[in-house]
Design a protein around this ligand. Structure first.
Ligand SMILES: [Zn+2]
Length: 573
């Protein structure tokens, strides 16, 4: 496929269209980049993320008529006629309902939050695939000649980035009207910049009674509360991929992609532990709980103080990952927000744990300031994955940043690069039966499975130690994820896997009547999963094929152990 990009649009805005590259890279979909008509392949698929001239619109129109499939996420401009729509009002933020129709293989059971976009009025054979709250079209498809055009009136790339990364944090956010998320607590944290709407984008877990009118935020929660029940950013990502696979089917082409996890694994789980308080008895209680749960956790060590050498050694011996729990809560010298403080605490964590190459971090209390500056500090230190972005209040549990996938964050406007080299690993709830109601557990697991991501549950030693219900919830969630076929991985394992798979290149080319699938990697990869249409026969080096469902669509999963170099298979239809 081809990605047709323009120059960065606004100097004062993040380069949202560039996020198409991250979205495709995470799916392992190879593409050719072009900034004009040169990259168009007859009968191929093009994702257009920039506005075009009238001349270019003419070229695209002829290309579509000849069998090309065009996916547009940019403002239509002169393409409106080809798309068969009349562009209407710009939308800053609103909910979108995705139609349950044959075009999509999987649709969300709720309206999705869109950040930016434009209302569309279908006029000339275009069909609405999703609608804004006022009934105007938000996504359309139109057949033209032998090809088709899919138009995202929703600014889908901006929506994904804003939902995941939010707005710069420089002041407290507004609390939920129902009292369940009092984020106006005088502490700057990730939630203060969140783009999802606390009042409109949450839902009570199924089967729970309505929220009491006099609800007060307390620990443990007096009842279940509305939660971010669906990962909105993942849904937008999924809808764009679904459109791509629809286009491939429509045009008879093959768009192979790389499974998010090893072959046979549809989704995973991650457990982290924060050493708040650093009391040896809490550390020992956590070690015992995780041994009973049979989970290797990412153990985030918080400054100041420490457990003492013996417990750090036990954490290492039990197979847990030593990570940093950066403290900017102003409760000690060096415990404030800033690069020198982070650097000092990283050195402290290296010294007390004995682990030199710490790669993971979570910020204490989900502290955050600014937009991407924190990631630049991580880059300088060698922190390769950060799991700070999640809920600090009960009503923010679930998917407050709309995702269950790891991703590389977009850089701020004017940066020297488009992306930060730090994976964002989202956090979904803190201690079940204490900071998050137990009813949230299965809502999280269900949604993560539906999006093939990673479910992240955080626990604290003091709660595993003193609170039997939280300890029981820890053991139970470990068993429940395993029962669902979700293995527990540490943050460093997730980081290593994602960075390895980003180095795998999956390419497809025509070889006579057949297709040639070549997969290249610099390092061997065991158990890679290449997803293909179900109607192809595969021949070539050792492999197995199983039918799986991903994003609601049936795929043939080619399971292979990749040696370093290039491996090639022949696909026959
Ligand atoms: Zn903490």
């Amino acid at each position: 496929m081809t990605l047709w990009e323009g120059a960065a649009p606004d100097a004062d805005q993040p380069n949202f269209p560039a996020y198409a590259r991250e979205l495709l890279a995470h799916a392992g979909i190879a593409y050719r980049s072009t900034a004009g008509r040169a990259g168009l392949t007859p009968g191929g698929i093009t994702l257009l993320t920039t506005s075009v001239t009238a001349d270019e619109a003419g070229v695209l129109s002829a290309w579509v008529a000849g069998g090309g499939c065009l996916l547009v996420t940019a403002d239509l401009g002169p393409l409106a006629r080809l798309a068969g729509v009349v562009p209407g009002e710009a939308v800053s933020t609103a909910q979108v309902t995705v139609r349950d129709c044959a075009f999509w293989s999987q649709v969300p059971g709720r309206a999705l939050r869109a950040i930016g976009g434009r209302a569309l009025a279908p006029v000339d054979g275009a069909e609405a695939l999703a609608t804004w709250a006022d009934g105007s079209a938000a996504i359309t498809v139109r057949h033209h000649g032998a090809g088709a055009v899919v138009t995202f009136g929703v600014d889908v790339l901006k929506s994904v980035v804003r939902i995941q990364q939010g707005y710069p944090v420089d002041t407290d956010g507004a609390p939920a009207a129902d009292g369940t998320a009092p984020i106006d607590d005088g502490i700057l944290k990730a939630e203060d910049g969140a783009a999802l709407d606390l009042d409109a984008d949450r839902q009570m877990p199924a089967g729970q009674p309505a929220l009491a009118a006099d609800f007060r935020h307390a620990y443990p929660p007096p009842s279940a509360v509305p939660m971010f029940d669906q990962p909105h950013a993942d849904w937008w990502r999924s809808l764009l991929l679904q459109a791509l696979w629809w286009a491939a089917q429509e045009g008879g082409s093959v768009v192979p992609w790389l499974g998010y996890w090893p072959a046979g694994v549809a989704a995973i789980a991650h457990m982290s532990h924060d050493s708040d308080g650093n009391k040896p008895e809490d550390g020992l209680a956590a070690l015992a709980a995780f041994a009973e749960a049979d989970v290797a956790v990412t153990w985030c060590q918080v400054y100041p103080g420490g457990y003492g050498r013996e417990i750090y050694e036990q954490i290492t011996a039990a197979g847990h990952e030593h990570a940093l729990h950066y403290n900017a809560m102003d409760d000690a010298d060096l415990a404030t927000w800033g690069w020198p403080q982070l650097r000092a605490q990283y050195a402290w964590a290296q010294a007390v744990t004995g682990r030199e190459d710490i790669v993971s971090n979570k910020n204490h209390y989900t502290r955050w300031e600014g937009w991407d500056e924190f990631y630049t500090w991580c880059e300088r230190l060698g922190i390769e994955i950060d799991e700070s972005r999640g809920p600090s209040k009960q009503g923010n549990v679930g998917f407050p940043f709309g995702t269950a996938h790891v991703s590389f964050p977009l850089a701020a406007p004017g940066a020297e690069t488009d992306f930060r080299d730090v994976l964002n690993l989202p956090l979904h709830t803190q201690d079940l039966a204490w900071a998050g109601h137990v009813a949230a557990r299965d809502v999280i697991l269900d949604a993560v499975q539906a999006q093939h991501g990673v479910a992240h549950f955080l626990f604290h030693g003091p709660h595993l130690n003193g609170k039997p219900l939280t300890r029981a919830a820890c053991i139970e969630v470990a068993a429940e994820a395993r029962r669902r076929g979700m293995p527990w991985w540490t943050s460093e394992r997730i980081n290593a896997w994602e960075r390895t798979r980003r180095g795998v290149r999956v390419e497809i080319s025509r070889g006579g009547d057949d297709w040639l699938l070549s997969v290249s990697t610099d390092v061997p990869v065991e158990g890679a999963a290449i997803l293909l249409p179900t109607d192809v026969r595969v021949s070539g080096p050792a492999h197995s094929v199983a039918e799986v469902t991903r994003h609601g669509r049936a795929f043939a999963e080619l399971a292979v152990d990749l040696p370093a170099g290039t491996s090639t298979w022949t696909l026959t239809r």
